[in-house]
Write a protein that binds this ligand. Structure first.
Ligand SMILES: [Fe+2]
Length: 387
């Protein structure tokens, strides 16, 4: 009898070089693709920190023509993707390099999609909508959190709908990720905290996702351990290179887990919030994490118990209720220690906004792998808890 393999999942990842100085291999990798003209995508903050100039110089030295596009907003917009794709076309580029946080990397993924298909990026919302291969893509992350550099996600903001939409496809996994902890040294403490908590949320959501499996679990638990151990000391000592490297490694492990296991309600609700109020993604996640864990707990108590143990809680002899309480306590402590304690109301969310926020969250593909089924009323109640 034929074996049913329909429930087996693939694990996709780019070619990864991890370690201090790995960004300097950018020209080597670009030449592997036989490319001559590079579109270099970034944002004004990363340019001001000097990283764009350095990567451009490395590429020019190696004989590449380089077109620089640094017009990417903190939540990358449809118009920016379309503008970048026009630059790619008019300059005759044949490879895309992006250096930056999630926004330039997601924008670069969008530029690749539009360049391959010659259509609006709005046509590619959702799961597996991409039919043509994108140009070669090399990503160099400057934050330790979003993991766009290893993931099959691109998140684009549509200001007309005040909505961030997700594109999920193995076609947006980059060809190469040069993960270099040295470039995270220029992140300020707030961004370090936001992106580090985002990475922790990736690992937690991946571990309890209905899409989790043995290939993603080990990455998720290792990420939880690394971020739990190193994020608070890093926020207290932001110039410590060893701590930067450990948090970057944790972020990469979380990225490998969530890219393949997908995410859950924190991200569905946070994408909705980020599109509505243009708030930092990691901050949105931090405000929602404990409330979503409390909601989801009963759906997978054993998995949350393993998360609690990985966070250093000795659960021996504890009742389920006590494990739940200690886990929520540790999450609250982590948020407090990295300075992310704000509530949604303090950032401008009003009770009247919740029905529309909930409607958008339920349209986000990340809600599909949340371990507990969520009705509109459930999602509204979690937003209300976080208000
Ligand atoms: Fe995230």
């Amino acid at each position: 009898m034929a074996q049913d393999v329909t429930n087996l999942r693939k694990f996709v990842a780019p070619e990864i070089v991890f370690g201090a100085g790995s960004r300097k291999a950018v020209a080597n990798f670009a030449s592997h693709f036989g490319a001559r003209r590079v579109l270099l995508v970034s944002d004004p903050g990363v340019a001001a920190a000097g990283w764009v100039f350095e990567v451009e110089a490395l590429l020019l030295e190696a004989g590449f023509a380089v077109t620089v596009f640094t017009g990417v907003s903190p939540n990358p917009r449809v118009a920016e993707v379309m503008h970048g794709a026009e630059l790619y076309r008019s300059a005759g580029c044949d490879v895309i390099v992006a250096i930056g946080g999630g926004s330039p990397m997601d924008c670069a993924k969008g530029i690749g999609i539009v360049s391959a298909h010659g259509r609006s990026i709005l046509d590619f919302e959702g799961v597996d909508t991409i039919t043509l291969p994108s140009p070669p893509l090399i990503l160099i992350p400057t934050t330790a959190g979003t993991s766009a550099d290893v993931s099959q996600f691109a998140i684009i903001s549509d200001p007309d709908r005040r909505f961030k939409f997700s594109i999920i496809s193995k076609a947006v996994v980059p060809d190469v990720a040069l993960i270099d902890p040295e470039v995270t040294q220029t992140m300020d403490v707030f961004l370090t905290a936001c992106t580090g908590v985002d990475a922790m949320v990736h690992a937690v959501e991946a571990f309890v996702s209905t899409g989790s499996g043995p290939l993603t679990d080990s990455h998720a638990l290792e990420a939880i351990h690394l971020i739990n151990t190193h994020l608070e000391p890093l926020v207290a000592n932001p110039s410590d290179a060893h701590l930067r490297e450990q948090v970057m490694l944790g972020s990469m492990q979380a990225g490998l887990a969530f890219s393949n296991a997908i995410l859950g309600a924190v991200h569905a609700m946070s994408h909705s919030l980020g599109g509505f109020l243009d708030l930092p993604h990691g901050l949105c996640n931090a405000m929602l994490l404990d409330h979503v864990v409390a909601y989801n707990y009963s759906a997978c108590e054993d998995r949350f118990k393993r998360i609690a143990e990985t966070l250093g809680i000795d659960t021996r002899g504890m009742t389920t209720a006590t494990v739940r309480q200690r886990l929520l306590g540790r999450i609250a402590e982590l948020k407090r220690n990295v300075g992310l304690e704000k509530r949604l109301g303090e950032l401008g969310v009003r009770v009247d906004d919740i029905p529309s926020l909930s409607g958008f969250a339920l349209q986000d593909p990340c809600i599909l792998t949340n371990p507990r089924k969520s009705s509109r009323r459930d999602v509204e109640a979690v937003y209300e808890e976080a208000l």
